[in-house]
Design a protein around this ligand. Structure first.
Ligand SMILES: [Zn+2]
Ligand SMILES: [Zn+2]
Length: 256
Protein backbone atom coordinates (compact mmCIF):
# COMPACT_ATOMS: atom_id res chain seq x y z
CA UNK A 1 0.00 0.00 0.00
CA UNK A 2 2.77 2.39 1.01
CA UNK A 3 4.80 1.50 -2.10
CA UNK A 4 1.75 2.00 -4.32
CA UNK A 5 1.10 5.43 -2.78
CA UNK A 6 4.80 6.33 -3.07
CA UNK A 7 4.80 5.58 -6.81
CA UNK A 8 1.43 7.06 -7.74
CA UNK A 9 1.37 9.59 -10.60
CA UNK A 10 0.11 12.39 -8.36
CA UNK A 11 2.97 11.76 -5.91
CA UNK A 12 5.52 11.85 -8.74
CA UNK A 13 4.00 15.12 -10.06
CA UNK A 14 4.04 16.61 -6.56
CA UNK A 15 7.70 15.61 -6.18
CA UNK A 16 8.53 17.13 -9.59
CA UNK A 17 6.78 20.39 -8.64
CA UNK A 18 8.84 20.59 -5.43
CA UNK A 19 12.02 19.97 -7.44
CA UNK A 20 11.08 22.72 -9.94
CA UNK A 21 10.34 25.18 -7.10
CA UNK A 22 13.63 24.36 -5.37
CA UNK A 23 15.54 24.65 -8.71
CA UNK A 24 14.03 28.10 -9.38
CA UNK A 25 14.76 29.47 -5.90
CA UNK A 26 18.15 28.00 -5.11
CA UNK A 27 21.63 29.44 -5.92
CA UNK A 28 22.72 29.29 -9.57
CA UNK A 29 25.50 26.77 -8.88
CA UNK A 30 23.14 24.34 -7.08
CA UNK A 31 20.66 24.75 -9.98
CA UNK A 32 23.53 24.03 -12.39
CA UNK A 33 24.49 20.84 -10.52
CA UNK A 34 20.82 19.69 -10.48
CA UNK A 35 20.54 20.26 -14.24
CA UNK A 36 23.85 18.50 -14.88
CA UNK A 37 22.90 15.42 -12.82
CA UNK A 38 19.51 15.22 -14.61
CA UNK A 39 21.10 15.59 -18.07
CA UNK A 40 23.79 13.00 -17.35
CA UNK A 41 21.31 10.45 -15.94
CA UNK A 42 19.01 10.81 -18.98
CA UNK A 43 21.97 10.72 -21.42
CA UNK A 44 23.67 7.65 -19.90
CA UNK A 45 20.56 5.61 -19.04
CA UNK A 46 18.78 6.21 -22.39
CA UNK A 47 21.97 5.75 -24.48
CA UNK A 48 22.80 2.50 -22.69
CA UNK A 49 19.24 1.13 -22.98
CA UNK A 50 18.85 2.01 -26.69
CA UNK A 51 22.32 0.57 -27.48
CA UNK A 52 21.52 -2.64 -25.54
CA UNK A 53 18.11 -3.08 -27.22
CA UNK A 54 19.58 -2.38 -30.68
CA UNK A 55 22.29 -5.02 -30.12
CA UNK A 56 19.68 -7.57 -28.97
CA UNK A 57 17.34 -6.84 -31.93
CA UNK A 58 20.07 -7.05 -34.57
CA UNK A 59 21.12 -10.50 -33.30
CA UNK A 60 17.92 -11.74 -34.96
CA UNK A 61 17.90 -10.84 -38.66
CA UNK A 62 14.15 -11.42 -38.84
CA UNK A 63 13.45 -8.56 -36.40
CA UNK A 64 15.91 -5.89 -37.47
CA UNK A 65 19.37 -5.02 -38.77
CA UNK A 66 21.92 -2.22 -38.74
CA UNK A 67 21.53 0.36 -41.54
CA UNK A 68 25.28 0.93 -41.77
CA UNK A 69 27.64 -1.96 -41.05
CA UNK A 70 30.96 -0.24 -41.57
CA UNK A 71 33.52 -0.66 -38.75
CA UNK A 72 33.71 1.99 -36.04
CA UNK A 73 36.63 4.40 -36.02
CA UNK A 74 39.41 3.82 -33.50
CA UNK A 75 38.45 5.22 -30.08
CA UNK A 76 35.09 6.43 -31.44
CA UNK A 77 32.90 5.48 -28.47
CA UNK A 78 35.22 6.97 -25.84
CA UNK A 79 35.51 10.29 -27.67
CA UNK A 80 31.71 10.34 -28.22
CA UNK A 81 31.06 9.85 -24.48
CA UNK A 82 33.61 12.56 -23.56
CA UNK A 83 31.92 14.99 -25.99
CA UNK A 84 28.49 13.94 -24.67
CA UNK A 85 29.47 14.81 -21.08
CA UNK A 86 30.73 18.23 -22.24
CA UNK A 87 27.45 18.78 -24.17
CA UNK A 88 25.42 17.90 -21.04
CA UNK A 89 27.47 20.49 -19.10
CA UNK A 90 26.76 23.16 -21.75
CA UNK A 91 23.00 22.32 -21.74
CA UNK A 92 23.04 22.68 -17.93
CA UNK A 93 24.73 26.08 -18.09
CA UNK A 94 22.23 27.30 -20.70
CA UNK A 95 19.33 26.01 -18.54
CA UNK A 96 20.22 28.80 -16.08
CA UNK A 97 18.99 31.27 -18.73
CA UNK A 98 15.67 29.39 -18.97
CA UNK A 99 15.39 29.86 -15.19
CA UNK A 100 15.09 33.62 -15.79
CA UNK A 101 12.57 33.50 -18.66
CA UNK A 102 9.65 31.18 -17.84
CA UNK A 103 6.14 32.47 -17.05
CA UNK A 104 5.16 29.75 -14.56
CA UNK A 105 5.74 26.08 -13.79
CA UNK A 106 2.56 24.39 -15.07
CA UNK A 107 0.18 25.58 -17.84
CA UNK A 108 -3.16 26.61 -16.35
CA UNK A 109 -5.31 24.65 -18.80
CA UNK A 110 -5.14 21.90 -21.40
CA UNK A 111 -5.64 24.48 -24.18
CA UNK A 112 -2.69 26.50 -22.92
CA UNK A 113 -0.57 23.32 -22.81
CA UNK A 114 -1.60 22.43 -26.37
CA UNK A 115 -0.78 25.92 -27.70
CA UNK A 116 2.67 25.86 -26.05
CA UNK A 117 3.40 22.36 -27.37
CA UNK A 118 2.39 23.26 -30.95
CA UNK A 119 4.24 26.61 -30.85
CA UNK A 120 7.47 25.08 -29.53
CA UNK A 121 7.30 22.15 -31.98
CA UNK A 122 6.95 24.54 -34.95
CA UNK A 123 9.66 26.82 -33.58
CA UNK A 124 12.12 24.01 -32.85
CA UNK A 125 11.73 22.39 -36.27
CA UNK A 126 12.54 25.74 -37.93
CA UNK A 127 15.31 26.66 -35.45
CA UNK A 128 17.06 23.28 -35.68
CA UNK A 129 16.84 23.14 -39.50
CA UNK A 130 18.47 26.55 -40.01
CA UNK A 131 21.03 26.11 -37.20
CA UNK A 132 22.00 22.76 -38.73
CA UNK A 133 22.36 24.36 -42.17
CA UNK A 134 24.48 27.12 -40.58
CA UNK A 135 26.70 24.40 -39.09
CA UNK A 136 27.28 23.07 -42.61
CA UNK A 137 28.62 26.43 -43.86
CA UNK A 138 32.36 27.04 -44.26
CA UNK A 139 32.58 29.07 -41.02
CA UNK A 140 31.09 26.33 -38.82
CA UNK A 141 32.31 23.25 -40.69
CA UNK A 142 35.18 22.68 -38.24
CA UNK A 143 33.08 22.60 -35.02
CA UNK A 144 30.35 20.53 -36.74
CA UNK A 145 32.99 18.03 -37.95
CA UNK A 146 33.07 16.76 -34.34
CA UNK A 147 29.55 15.37 -34.86
CA UNK A 148 30.29 14.11 -38.37
CA UNK A 149 33.42 12.30 -37.18
CA UNK A 150 30.93 9.49 -36.43
CA UNK A 151 30.00 8.00 -39.81
CA UNK A 152 28.58 4.72 -38.53
CA UNK A 153 26.46 6.10 -35.72
CA UNK A 154 25.23 4.78 -32.36
CA UNK A 155 23.17 6.51 -29.64
CA UNK A 156 26.49 7.65 -28.11
CA UNK A 157 27.12 9.68 -31.32
CA UNK A 158 23.99 11.79 -30.74
CA UNK A 159 25.59 14.35 -28.42
CA UNK A 160 29.12 13.97 -29.70
CA UNK A 161 29.18 17.65 -30.64
CA UNK A 162 31.51 20.65 -30.27
CA UNK A 163 30.63 22.94 -27.28
CA UNK A 164 29.60 25.66 -29.80
CA UNK A 165 27.05 23.26 -31.33
CA UNK A 166 25.86 22.18 -27.86
CA UNK A 167 25.38 25.88 -27.01
CA UNK A 168 23.33 26.48 -30.19
CA UNK A 169 21.15 23.40 -29.47
CA UNK A 170 20.68 24.43 -25.82
CA UNK A 171 19.80 28.03 -26.74
CA UNK A 172 16.64 26.90 -28.58
CA UNK A 173 14.60 27.08 -25.35
CA UNK A 174 15.80 30.51 -24.09
CA UNK A 175 15.36 32.02 -27.60
CA UNK A 176 11.81 30.63 -27.79
CA UNK A 177 11.07 31.89 -24.27
CA UNK A 178 12.08 35.41 -25.33
CA UNK A 179 9.39 35.48 -28.02
CA UNK A 180 6.65 33.25 -26.56
CA UNK A 181 5.36 32.91 -22.98
CA UNK A 182 5.94 29.31 -21.96
CA UNK A 183 5.87 27.24 -18.77
CA UNK A 184 8.94 25.56 -17.32
CA UNK A 185 7.43 22.05 -17.19
CA UNK A 186 6.69 22.20 -20.94
CA UNK A 187 10.30 23.18 -21.76
CA UNK A 188 11.60 20.50 -19.36
CA UNK A 189 9.42 17.78 -20.96
CA UNK A 190 10.50 18.87 -24.45
CA UNK A 191 14.15 18.76 -23.45
CA UNK A 192 13.96 15.23 -21.99
CA UNK A 193 11.88 13.88 -24.90
CA UNK A 194 14.14 15.68 -27.38
CA UNK A 195 17.26 14.05 -25.89
CA UNK A 196 15.68 10.56 -26.02
CA UNK A 197 14.44 11.16 -29.60
CA UNK A 198 17.90 12.36 -30.71
CA UNK A 199 19.50 9.24 -29.19
CA UNK A 200 16.91 7.07 -30.96
CA UNK A 201 17.50 8.56 -34.44
CA UNK A 202 21.21 7.77 -33.99
CA UNK A 203 20.47 4.09 -33.26
CA UNK A 204 21.39 2.98 -36.84
CA UNK A 205 18.55 0.44 -36.52
CA UNK A 206 16.15 -0.71 -39.24
CA UNK A 207 13.22 -2.84 -38.08
CA UNK A 208 11.66 -5.46 -40.36
CA UNK A 209 8.06 -5.06 -39.18
CA UNK A 210 5.50 -3.31 -41.38
CA UNK A 211 3.42 -1.69 -38.62
CA UNK A 212 3.26 2.07 -38.15
CA UNK A 213 5.81 2.08 -35.28
CA UNK A 214 8.45 0.24 -37.38
CA UNK A 215 7.79 2.48 -40.40
CA UNK A 216 8.10 5.66 -38.31
CA UNK A 217 11.27 4.55 -36.55
CA UNK A 218 12.86 3.41 -39.84
CA UNK A 219 11.99 6.72 -41.48
CA UNK A 220 13.83 8.69 -38.79
CA UNK A 221 16.82 6.37 -38.38
CA UNK A 222 17.40 6.00 -42.15
CA UNK A 223 17.02 9.74 -42.68
CA UNK A 224 19.66 10.61 -40.08
CA UNK A 225 22.00 7.76 -41.03
CA UNK A 226 21.91 9.21 -44.58
CA UNK A 227 22.81 12.65 -43.17
CA UNK A 228 25.94 11.16 -41.54
CA UNK A 229 26.73 9.14 -44.63
CA UNK A 230 26.12 11.76 -47.34
CA UNK A 231 26.51 15.15 -45.63
CA UNK A 232 24.48 18.12 -46.91
CA UNK A 233 21.06 16.40 -46.81
CA UNK A 234 18.24 15.66 -44.35
CA UNK A 235 18.76 18.54 -41.90
CA UNK A 236 15.24 18.30 -40.44
CA UNK A 237 14.56 17.00 -36.93
CA UNK A 238 11.00 15.62 -36.74
CA UNK A 239 9.75 16.23 -40.26
CA UNK A 240 11.00 17.00 -43.75
CA UNK A 241 9.09 20.25 -44.35
CA UNK A 242 12.15 22.52 -44.63
CA UNK A 243 14.17 19.83 -46.41
CA UNK A 244 11.46 19.63 -49.07
CA UNK A 245 11.22 23.45 -49.30
CA UNK A 246 14.97 23.84 -49.82
CA UNK A 247 15.48 20.62 -51.80
CA UNK A 248 17.80 19.06 -49.21
CA UNK A 249 15.69 15.93 -48.76
CA UNK A 250 17.58 12.76 -49.61
CA UNK A 251 16.06 9.40 -50.47
CA UNK A 252 18.24 7.07 -48.42
CA UNK A 253 17.72 4.00 -50.60
CA UNK A 254 19.97 5.67 -53.19
CA UNK A 255 22.85 5.57 -50.75
CA UNK A 256 22.63 2.82 -48.17
ZN1 LIG B 1 25.25 17.75 -39.94
ZN1 LIG C 1 23.69 13.13 -35.99
Amino acid sequence: MCIKEGLSISNILEYLMLMFEFWIQTNWYIAFVMSLVTNLIVYFVASYLITYLTQKITQHNRIGKYIDNRPFKKGQKLSEIKNGIIACSVFSLVSLLARELFVGILPLSFTQLLIEVIAFTLFYETYSYFVHRLLHTKQFRKPHSVHHYSVRITPWSAYSVHPIEAFLIGMSAPVFMLIFPVHLSVIFAFHILGVVFTLLIHSNLKLNGSNIFCQLLNRYTECHAAHHSVGNVNFGFINSFWDLCFKTKYIQSKVL
